[in-house]
Design a protein around this ligand. Structure first.
Ligand SMILES: Cc1cc2nc3c(=O)[nH]c(=O)nc-3n(C[C@H](O)[C@H](O)[C@H](O)COP(=O)(O)O)c2cc1C
Length: 322
């Protein structure tokens, strides 16, 4: 998620779930291929695996180069964004507006898939503007699948490219999970992953199967885990049957600070590194005090290690309250 996630965020998420596949925010192929410092966009910590890089772009050759660089850096998957509705993205001819150009998306996917051995996947919507019929989505998915894409993440609402802001486009057009299930029925051999409005893991799990028994291949969650990362502590058990006990929140804080302190000492902006901890106690007694402590230490200074004491205290008070 642009302006939210980064490699620090993924490090934190990975302390909480070992199995969930993590996606980067969208990075344009131009920034990677033509920018002065591709490492800035591509560097990753080994602990982030499995991790996918999401690319934005519509130039097949440039996307292929960016995908190859991503594979060289160690990404496990390369995903093409065909869902972002922002003006800036649309004027650059990438993101959701590409739903109107299935053949171009197919050319991009083919070029990328020819350049790498990791999977190339596509994240898209159920439609854009008046191009929102089931037939159009079928044609789009069929054309892109023929070019070598075997997995689609579907944000189950259309986007209005004129008149709605990106934020409104994540809230106003209604969600249609039924359309994603019907897509899966028509393309049973493709991986189809559901995205949009999934706020809890039980809700995500339930949404994967419809009344006819059609089973989707996965759920992608965006805002909910960003706001409340510890909800991911149940992912390994719920979705992967992995019964390993997740780290308690206070241990997550300790481990994250072990990672963050050397970065801060080396000059990383402490606010940018610490901000991902803000939601860690979301929904717990003391969440507000925690948010304030993280924000204060991030912005005003003070010893980040003091957060360990706060986290310990909150962890203990949860036990007392249980
Ligand atoms: C601040 C913000 C930034 C986002 N950036 C991206 C992005 O870079 N790439 C992408 O595919 N989707 C992006 N999205 C959309 C989310 O991935 C997701 O499709 C959408 O929020 C619906 O899922 P959710 O209800 O689980 O959040 C972004 C959403 C938000 C709120």
């Amino acid at each position: 998620m642009m302006d939210c996630t980064d490699r620090h965020c993924r490090y934190l998420m990975r302390l909480i779930t070992r199995r969930a596949l993590l996606y980067t925010e969208m990075v344009t192929s131009a920034a990677i291929v033509r920018g002065a410092d591709p490492k800035r966009f591509l560097a990753l910590d080994q602990s982030e695996h499995p991790v996918a890089l999401q690319l934005g772009g519509s130039d097949p050759a440039q996307l292929a180069t960016a995908a190859r660089m991503a594979e060289d850096f160690g990404y496990d998957e390369v995903n093409l964004n065909v869902g972002c509705p922002s003006d800036r993205v649309t004027s650059g001819r990438f993101g959701a507006c590409l739903m109107a150009e299935p053949q171009l998306v197919a050319d991009c996917v083919r070029a990328m898939q020819d350049a790498v051995s990791v999977p190339v996947t596509v994240k898209t919507r159920i439609g854009i503007d008046d191009m929102d019929s089931e037939q159009h989505l079928d044609d789009f998915v069929g054309t892109v699948a023929d070019a070598g894409c075997a997995l689609f993440i579907i944000h189950a609402r259309k986007a209005w490219l004129q008149g709605l802001s990106p934020k409104e486009n994540r809230e106003i057009p209604p969600l249609h999970y039924d359309r994603v299930h019907r897509l899966k029925r028509r393309f049973p051999a493709l991986g189809i992953v559901l995205n949009g409005g999934l706020k809890t893991l039980p809700a995500a799990l339930a949404a994967l199967t419809d009344a006819d028994g059609t089973q989707l291949d996965g759920a992608m969650l965006g805002r909910a885990p960003y706001d409340s990362p510890y909800m991911l502590a149940d992912v390994d058990r719920t979705f992967f049957g992995d019964l390993a006990v997740p780290l308690p929140r206070a241990a997550v804080v300790d481990a994250y600070l072990d990672y963050a302190m050397p970065l801060i000492a080396a000059g990383a902006r402490r606010h940018l590194v610490l901000r991902h901890l803000v939601g860690l106690f979301h929904g717990c007694a003391g969440a507000r005090a925690w948010r304030q402590a993280v924000t204060r230490i991030g912005q005003e200074g003070g010893d980040p290690r003091s957060l360990e004491t706060v986290a310990q205290r909150l962890g203990e008070s949860r036990v007392l309250a249980a």
